[in-house]
Design a protein around this ligand. Structure first.
Ligand code: GLU
Length: 553
């Protein structure tokens, strides 16, 4: 037995598997040529960041558009960042958006797929099996340096003016320790981490083709990176390499903050003898800071919209968010949408190479506009169901009233909808209560404020005349003809153009007349089709509201 083999046995006496066993357990996937395997790998911090969701969408689209596989892996090796059951919030976020991975973690303690476990804390045997083989080959060694020794090393590098900082070369105290000393210290129970014995050359450079960013060149890694921490748990770098190899990931799609770590990863793939996956580093999701006007990263602390839960609470439909994110993900999405206004998003020919290279600006105002469009083409029934589902969770009082008569509420939502030019005034479900409140006596408190340019006598005359001609059975054109007929005898003109030419000749125009009725019936100056509103409210209610308005004059 060589010293390295003896050391490996000393460090990992319980590891009996070999990397070859793992190769058999997790064989290359049987997928058609060109199919891509992607993964989304969040840490379970109890919340799904919009930037993460954006990345996950890119993973799923990449896999789906190539007939491949996407999976959800939970990276819970950093216990400091973890919260109890941090997985459920992540899964809930994906569920809301109807976004599904092909395999991986599906809930707190559940998963599907043949390449698991998909939670890193359950894969320790795998990491240690690989680590053991690296020790056997001389590519890894135990480092006993204490925190104080590492601080002293950093200080020495400062005074030396070392260009590269970290544990490497002549600074790496434990790198060339004799086997006898290693054995003595391990047997004495000293704490240690396992480090890579870097083979890198500081005068050489590595280059790789990032699928999004293009060719990137950097100096080779020379740092003896930590692979396993003193508790035997891997660092992100080592876990990434082991997992993406044995889960047979073809495309590592992740945030661009990881670009600087690629030289380490390339060296790790190399010493492990694994094929390098393709890397695709996604741009950051940015926003314009309201105070400074500068672009900055979407921040969990400052921006409520950084958490996917915000969209669920506000009731911004998943369709709107997905639609908007696609405009950020692929610049040609908007053209495609114009050509295919009703097509499902899954039909969009997504292309990883068409991703923006610099940051993606996330703009809530634009999202609102997109959402108004998306909601405007939904059927009244779809809107009803979405609003009811949202209200059930977030506004019980509204839910009870709104769902008491589903037919009525659906008809309310159908005003000016399901037509070639639907109204575009709802951007989120939480706005609907206010939008429809005057249809429900439980929420309607009359607050009639008429246009100040009209005098009380004229307003009264309009309302009284209207009560005389009002017939709830009138369809819109008959109804409007009646309003027009009311104009002249009351000193108004049915013709808006005429009014604009000689305003002094009239008290107002037909819009002012219908405006008075609108305010009397709804207490609002802006509503959808008033005739339809009155048909739904019914004769008794309309008459009562108009009489009430007259009594306030
Ligand atoms: N767990 C890492 C993170 O949350 C994942 C990075 C990766 O996708 O490789 O940042």
């Amino acid at each position: 037995m060589t010293n390295n083999e003896k050391l490996a046995q000393l460090l990992f006496p319980d590891i009996t598997k070999t990397p070859e066993d793992l190769e058999k357990l997790y064989p290359p996937r049987n997928l058609p040529e060109g199919a891509r395997v992607t993964r989304f790998a969040p840490s379970p911090t109890g919340y799904l960041h919009m930037g993460g969701f954006f990345g996950a969408l890119v993973d799923i689209l990449t896999a789906e558009s190539t007939g491949g596989v996407s999976f959800l892996r939970i990276e819970d090796t950093d216990k400091k960042r973890e919260v109890e059951d941090g997985v459920s919030a992540i899964i809930k976020g994906f569920d809301y958006f109807g976004v599904n991975f092909t395999e991986g973690v599906t809930g707190f303690g559940t998963e599907k797929g043949e390449y698991g476990p998909y939670t890193q804390s359950q894969r320790v045997e795998i990491y240690q099996t690989v680590a053991k083989s690296l020790v056997e080959k001389g590519f890894a060694y135990p480092c006993f340096c204490s925190a104080d020794e590492l601080t002293a090393l950093r200080e020495k590098q400062e005074t030396d003016g070392a260009l590269i900082k970290g544990y490497f070369g002549k600074y790496a105290k434990c790198r060339d320790m004799s086997f006898e000393e290693q054995e003595r210290r391990i047997n004495a129970g000293e704490s240690y981490v396992l480090r890579l014995r870097s083979q890198g050359d500081e005068n050489k450079r590595i280059a790789f083709d990032d699928v999004i960013k293009g060719k990137i060149e950097m100096p080779e890694n020379t740092i003896d990176e930590v692979l396993l921490k003193s508790d035997g748990i891997p660092t992100y770098h080592f876990a990434h390499v082991c997992d993406d190899h044995f889960m047979r990931t073809t495309h590592v799609i992740r945030g661009e903050e990881w670009i600087s770590s690629v030289p380490k990863h390339i060296e790790l793939f190399r010493v492990c003898g694994y094929k390098l996956p393709k890397f695709a580093h996604t741009p950051q999701v940015l926003k314009i800071d309201e105070e400074t006007g500068d672009k900055r990263k979407l921040s969990k602390r400052k921006d409520p919209e950084a958490a996917v839960g915000y969209f669920i609470e506000e009731g911004i439909p998943k369709e709107s968010v997905l639609e908007y994110l696609l405009t950020l993900i692929n610049s040609n999405f908007e053209d495609w949408r114009r050509a295919n206004p009703k097509e499902d998003i899954s039909k969009f020919p997504f292309n990883l190479k068409k991703m923006s290279v610099s940051g993606c600006l996330f703009d809530l105002v634009k999202l609102n506009d997109v959402s108004k469009n998306v909601i405007s083409i939904m059927s009244a029934k779809q809107v009803y169901e979405n609003v009811a589902a949202w209200a059930k969770d977030f506004d019980a009082e509204f839910y009870n009233v709104f769902t008491a008569n589903p037919e009525y509420s659906t008809a309310v939502l159908n005003i000016d909808r399901e037509s070639p030019k639907p109204r575009k005034d709802i951007a989120k479900w939480s706005e609907v209560r206010d939008f429809v409140s005057y249809f429900y006596n439980e929420f309607y408190t009359p607050d009639v404020k008429f246009d100040e340019k009209l005098n009380k006598e004229d307003i009264k005359a309009i309302l009284e005349k209207y009560l005389e001609v009002y017939d709830p059975a009138d369809e819109k054109d008959v109804w409007f003809a009646k309003i027009k007929d009311m104009c002249e005898p009351l000193g108004f003109t049915p013709n808006v153009k005429e009014y604009k030419k000689t305003p002094e000749a009239f008290k107002g125009h037909v819009g002012d007349v219908s405006g008075v009725i609108r305010i009397a019936v709804t207490s609002r100056s802006n509503t959808p089709d008033l005739c339809a509103i009155m048909q739904l409210l019914g004769k008794d209610e309309v008459t009562a509201r108009i009489n009430n308005a007259i009594s306030t004059l």
